[in-house]
Design a protein around this ligand. Structure first.
Ligand code: FES
Ligand SMILES: [Fe+2]
Length: 421
């Protein structure tokens, strides 16, 4: 997709602690975001555990585009664009499966799971036509594919920063995540739910590490679940917001969990409820390290622009248009932890399932945000909360109180860089 008009200038729309409301509503800006963020930088696509066997495939997306993640018969992962090189039909319509090849339903051209065109139907019509060279008629593929702890990211740009550089300090949150498994591995095997919101994707991106809203928006689930989590988002909390740079942001609840000094409190349970898991963790890491891991819990981190790890589940943000976004959500599963995994699925259903108590409240806020942003005045969104008490942690990252708008300011700083490029 190319931008034929002059790209909107975002420099007048983004300040350190304010953004102009039109960044959420401007259709032309959305097209530039697709080009400069979604079709250029690293974007999360899927997890290696979703294609465990040779020739497995799963349907994924990058923004509005459909992408097929395949594992070929040598074990390598590929990201293919789901667009036939003949006349553009989608070659794959199944959500997942195992196939060495994809045959387009329209005129039956067949492509290997690495994207190569392997056969025309009724090939006589192409014989002696030099333009019909199979080598030039493969599926589109993403030139760069890289993974970290099995999380597969793709980039449409042939060159750019490495995935490791892109993740920067946020890579440590994924290290923290996988050690929750006695085998050190996450598995994405619980199946996805899709939640559609009539809202711009950036309202969702910002909300994932917004620690100011839970006390109000989520008070019902906190009271029903009799959960201490609400207090971590109160004004006496010692939890932190953190800006890792590159648009990655975190709410770090570890200061509160460490103060409580109780294993599995992050999950709202106790060790005696999960004896098999606790035993497996101690066998894997030793008593002291296992205890430390089970106190610290899993991260709450938003990896720019679309992978949100929300302690017990992951959300993948898919922008569809300027005012429509799908969130794909699944329960995290940890290898070697069947008793924990069962509870992770149950808690995910209770919080973000079809009748879940948590996401419905957020979605109501997203849609109201979008409708509010259509109003002309006041023109700006104010993101100055906690600016005066920001500081740097021992690693040099900006941190603030759990209710401060450190994450939003970090996201917009990075966004302005990408959009000004
Ligand atoms: S569009 Fe795919 S074979 Fe014709
Ligand atoms: Fe929320």
């Amino acid at each position: 997709m190319s931008i034929t008009q002059a790209a909107p200038d975002v420099s007048g729309l983004i300040q350190t602690n304010r953004v102009h409301g039109s960044v959420y509503t401007d259709e032309a800006l959305f097209q530039v975001e697709l080009e400069r963020i979604w079709y250029r930088g690293w974007v999360y696509v899927g997890h290696e555990s979703e294609v465990p066997q040779k020739n497995d495939f799963v349907m994924k997306s990058i923004g509005p585009q459909s992408v097929i993640m395949t594992r070929d018969n040598t074990g390598h992962i590929h990201l293919l664009q789901n667009r036939c090189s003949h006349r553009g039909n989608q070659v794959c319509v199944r959500e997942q499966g195992n196939a060495r090849a994809f045959t387009c339903p329209y005129h039956s051209w067949t492509f290997s799971n690495t994207g190569d065109l392997i056969g025309f139907a009724f090939p006589d019509g192409y014989r002696d036509n030099p333009e019909a060279d199979k080598k030039n008629l493969g599926l589109g593929t993403l030139p760069r594919v890289a993974s970290y702890h099995g999380f597969v990211f793709g980039s449409f740009a042939a060159e750019g920063v490495s995935l490791k550089e892109h993740l920067g300090g946020a890579a440590e949150t994924l290290d923290r995540l996988v050690r929750t498994s006695p085998e050190g591995e996450v598995e994405i095997t619980a199946g996805f739910l899709k939640h559609r919101a009539k809202a711009n994707w950036k309202f969702i991106l910002e909300n994932e590490c917004d620690g100011y809203h839970p006390a109000f928006v989520h008070s019902s689930i906190f009271s029903v679940a009799d959960s201490a989590i609400g207090t971590y988002y109160g004004d006496k909390s010692t939890a932190l917001t953190r800006d890792f740079g590159h648009g990655h942001t975190e709410v770090d609840l570890r200061p509160e969990f460490r103060k409580a000094d109780t294993p599995m409190r992050w999950f709202g349970t106790t060790e005696d409820r999960l004896p098999d898991y606790v035993a497996a963790m101690k066998a894997a890491y030793g008593d002291d390290k296992a205890r430390e891991i089970m106190i610290d819990g899993t991260p709450h981190v938003m990896i720019f622009p679309n992978l949100f790890i929300a302690e017990i589940q992951i959300f993948v943000i898919q922008p569809i248009s300027v005012d429509e976004t799908i969130q794909h959500v699944t329960a995290l599963q940890f290898k070697g932890a069947p008793d924990l995994n069962r509870r992770l699925r149950q808690q995910t259903m209770g919080s973000v399932g079809p009748a879940g108590l948590l996401l419905a409240d957020d979605t109501e806020m997203y849609e109201r945000n979008q409708r509010g942003a259509e109003s002309l005045t006041p023109q700006w969104v104010f993101l100055g909360r906690g600016e005066q008490r920001e500081r740097r942690d021992e690693d040099g990252y900006v941190v603030g109180h759990s209710t401060d708008e450190v994450p939003s300011r970090g996201i917009w700083r990075h966004y302005a860089e990408l959009m000004g490029a």
